[in-house]
Design a protein. Structure first.
Length: 250
């Protein structure tokens, strides 16, 4: 599929708020739905406390075909969120290249910060697309240029075995969003597949030097917790938007 230049890309922007509904955008034959949330939703205004974060996204073509492959996802997280990795074990990506999701979780059990699922559709010349899926695991990874990373692991077995080990850099930012995670999605089934589903639950409590810590923490600074996403497809389509969830001040 011919890749379009950014100047020729179709850019769709959307913002949805509220506890239900999430975000939904339709452009041509393509529909993206996404939502997320966190617990607890009642938080201090100034002090950061441990939370657990969940999110999911689904991409589909209305006519049932395989969407253009997703090439990159950029996620920005609200400035009232905080990430802590000091003292948390890390997982070397090299250990995960040829192992199943279950074995990956055993090899780097102490570094797990999130779990979920991924799904893809693989196009065929004759017949309906083939659905494939895998357990998804997120590990605390080694620092990269002084920044924390997350190592994503998944493995599909249809039509052939393919392991996905992706190092995701976490960039600290200024402004309304405090962290940015950039996921470069590798080709699936030699370019014939497209990622169509991701869900993940992120959260980890641990102790370091006798003190309890949380991988993710948050406060309710302005009553809204925002997550922004930018999805870039191989045909040049860019879907850009955010989900806003209310929080209550404790």
């Amino acid at each position: 599929m011919k890749r379009l230049s950014l100047a020729g890309a179709l850019i769709c922007c959307i913002v949805f708020t509220g506890a239900a509904g999430g975000a939904l955008v339709k452009t041509g034959n393509l529909v993206l739905t996404a939502d997320g949330g966190f617990t607890p939703s009642t938080l201090p205004r100034r002090t950061f406390v441990p939370i657990d974060f969940k999110g999911h996204a689904d991409l589909r073509a209305v006519d049932g075909s395989v969407p253009a492959p997703l090439q990159q996802v950029v996620l920005d997280f609200d400035r009232d969120g905080r990430l802590a990795t000091g003292g948390l074990p890390t997982c070397d990506p090299a250990l995960l290249r040829e192992v199943s999701p279950e074995d990956a979780r055993q090899l780097c059990k102490g570094a797990i910060v999130g779990t979920g699922h991924v799904g893809a559709l693989i196009a065929r010349q004759d017949g309906a697309p083939i659905p494939v899926s895998s357990l998804l695991t997120l590990f605390n990874g080694p620092t990269l240029e002084g920044r924390p990373t997350v190592v994503l692991h998944a493995r599909t077995t249809v039509p052939t075995v393919q392991s996905f080990v992706i190092t995701i850099p976490i960039e600290r930012r200024r402004g309304p969003y405090s962290y940015r995670a950039t996921v470069d999605v590798p080709p699936i089934a030699e370019g014939h597949g497209s990622l169509v589903h991701v869900d993940a639950a992120v959260g980890r409590r641990y102790r370091f030097k006798g003190t309890g810590r949380s991988y993710v923490s948050a406060r309710c600074g302005d009553g809204i917790f925002r997550t922004h996403g930018r999805f870039t497809l191989a045909d040049g389509t860019i879907i850009d938007g955010s989900v806003e969830k209310p929080c209550n001040v404790r």
